[in-house]
Design a protein around this ligand. Structure first.
Ligand code: CDP
Ligand code: MG
Length: 575
């Protein structure tokens, strides 16, 4: 890697402003080059490339911030490893894929979307020239539906493997099979690299046919971790106290990242912080609060990456969306509540709920890692060390706690010969698989004939949408509803009939599918209404089981949507 000294003779004294600007740009380039050289991974570059040149598959583990995600793709490209195809790096979240692509293209001094690009849902910033491509795991999976051998790719890096999102787990099986098949067909070899800072390396190595584990040593910046002395009964109150304690003691340029669990909690906490900040004693710095969660509009999400104003503290209140991969400039303090909202699924009841629960140790270490990306940092854990010791080591793979209908549909679209024996790293429960197949059959996506599962024409169409099957079933004619919503609601009924709830005589609600008692969420516009039948999009488990994102429907529409299913239900009730 060559450094670029500024070509001083090009600066003209007659254009001082332009010259100054160019000078600044060059300084910035040199600074970035310097930063790259100071990363712990830089010292291992030669040895690492030697190993990666030889290996088909490797598991790479190294501290957060050591330079795995930003450097390894560049190193491979610079050493002409995998130049015959695309080097693809998957990320569990779109904000990570976008910000990493932007950073790496800045490091390589190219325009984003040329040599380095990204592909996330509904957005593709790549071109024919793109050789390094950051993409969400879900997008690579969709590409695999078009080409299960992933022939455009020479290298696939499955990053943040410890997160075990359902998409990554399916991808493990897909890339493993693609690699084997390409070898058999003597096609361009596929190199597979699996990376994380906090993973169970033995499990991964074993799954990838005893692939070697490469350890990257060193962390660039130290991180001090503090626990509370006593258990905290109210983590929101404890976060608030921590934020304002730091705010009063630390210089305003030190930004704070707080991990909370969801949108409402974050928006409420943002309002409280802004309110308190208005009434602080004179001399206290100003505070800017930025929320960050998955459903926040994309451009607002990216605001957290902007540098803070001088003299004003930046506080970011985020879900686990900021837990891995990303570098938010200026973060010095991380406040970790130790809580996360995660999916939980019970096949017997057919319910997939989002529930607040404790994080795993792996997640807690990733959170702490966000404090030491650009400077030495501090992580305050709002739980005791004893409590931390009781956290699970690793997050339970999403595939073992979610509704599998979407995965099963994708595996069928991928023409996997037998979806029931797919090579999963962690097998989902047979009950969950059975429930998913039943659901797909009810939605008309598959047909089960002579113990064979066949994708229907409708199923093929549904698999083409980057949506859950119950949403992709919506197949609506484009015409104005002329402010009459009944045809849209009827359409929703045809797709979401499994998510219907019925008003009971005592004024409460129960789901039609499993008679689970549910309540309308207080944030819903229907909170004080009592329609007879409603559809819901999400189940949220807090003090009770809430339903939200609701829509009123006629019971006839539900019956029309799935007469056989509701017939069976009625028989069950009568017998
Ligand atoms: O993947 P890993 O956690 O090992 O690190 P990385 O994402 O490659 O980032 C390595 C370092 O590059 C970070 O710790 C930051 O110092 C720097 N970086 C940055 O300043 N801005 C970014 N957008 C990304 C990385
Ligand atoms: Mg990384």
């Amino acid at each position: 890697m060559e450094s670029r000294p500024p070509p001083a003779k090009k600066f003209k004294t007659s254009q001082p402003v332009c010259g100054q600007r160019r000078n600044n740009a060059l300084l910035q380039e040199m600074e970035i080059e310097q930063q790259r050289r100071e990363l712990p991974i830089y010292r291992a570059r030669g040895k690492l490339l030697g190993q990666l040149r030889q290996l088909d598959t490797a598991v790479i583990i190294g501290e957060t911030g050591s330079g795995k995600t930003t450097q390894i793709p560049q190193y491979l490209y610079e050493a002409s490893i995998g130049r015959q195809g695309i080097i693809g790096i998957t990320q569990p979240r779109r904000v990570a894929a976008i910000s990493l692509a932007a950073r790496v293209s800045e490091e390589k001094k190219t325009e984003l979307g040329t040599l380095i690009g990204y592909t996330v849902r509904f957005e593709d910033l790549t071109s024919d020239k793109s050789k390094i491509k950051f993409l969400t795991d879900g997008m690579l999976l969709r590409e695999a539906i078009g080409d299960p051998l992933l022939r455009r790719y020479s290298v696939v890096i499955l990053d943040e493997a410890h997160e075990r999102t359902v998409h990554t787990d399916v991808l493990f099986g897909i890339v493993k099979a693609a690699q084997k098949k390409r070898k058999e067909l003597s096609k361009m070899p596929l190199k597979v690299l699996v990376m994380s800072a906090t993973m169970d390396v033995d499990l991964f190595s074993q799954y990838f046919d005893r692939a070697p584990v490469l350890y990257l040593e060193g962390r660039q910046h130290s991180i001090q971790v503090f626990y509370t002395k006593e258990s905290q009964s109210d983590y929101l109150h404890a976060s608030l106290v921590s934020i304002f304690q730091i705010h009063q003691e630390a210089p305003p340029s030190h930004s704070i990242l707080v991990f909370l669990t969801g949108q409402e909690e974050i928006e409420a906490m943002s309002r409280t912080c802004r309110e308190i900040a208005k009434h602080l004693p004179q001399g206290c710095a100003q505070m800017s609060v930025f929320p960050l969660y998955a459903s926040l509009p994309h451009l607002q999400q990216l605001r957290v990456f902007q540098l803070g104003q001088k003299g004003c503290r930046k506080v970011i209140l985020s879900t686990n969306i900021a837990e891995t991969s990303i570098t938010i400039p200026g973060i010095k303090y991380v406040v970790d509540t130790g809580m996360v909202k995660a999916k939980r699924y019970t096949p017997e009841s057919g319910l997939e709920v989002l529930a607040v629960q404790k994080v795993s140790k792996a997640q807690a270490w990733q959170r702490a890692g966000r404090a030491g990306r650009q400077q030495a940092g501090i992580c305050y854990r709002l739980y005791t060390e004893e409590e931390f010791e009781k956290f699970l080591n690793m997050t339970v793979p999403e595939i073992q706690r979610c509704n599998l209908a979407s995965v099963m549909l994708q595996l069928l679209a991928l023409r996997i010969p037998n979806i029931l024996t797919f090579d999963f790293m962690s097998k989902p429960s047979p009950d969950a698989v059975r429930a998913a197949i039943e659901q797909l059959e009810l939605l008309g996506a598959i047909e089960c004939k002579d113990s064979q599962i066949i994708l229907t024409q409708l199923g093929k169409k549904m698999a083409a949408f980057p949506l859950e099957p119950r949403f992709s079933k919506f197949g609506v004619r484009l015409e104005s509803s002329r402010s009459n919503t009944s045809n849209i609601r009827q359409c929703l009924a045809h797709a979401l009939f499994l998510n219907a709830a019925e008003l009971q005589l005592d004024g409460t609600y129960a789901t039609l599918d499993t008679r689970q008692p549910v309540a309308i969420h207080p944030s819903s516009v229907l909170f004080n209404c009592k329609p007879s039948y409603i559809l819901y999009n999400e189940l949220l488990h807090t003090s009770k089981c809430y339903i939200r994102d609701l829509c009123v429907v006629d019971p006839e529409w539900l019956y029309e949507a799935a007469p056989e299913y509701f017939g069976r239900k009625l028989k069950g009730v009568n017998s």
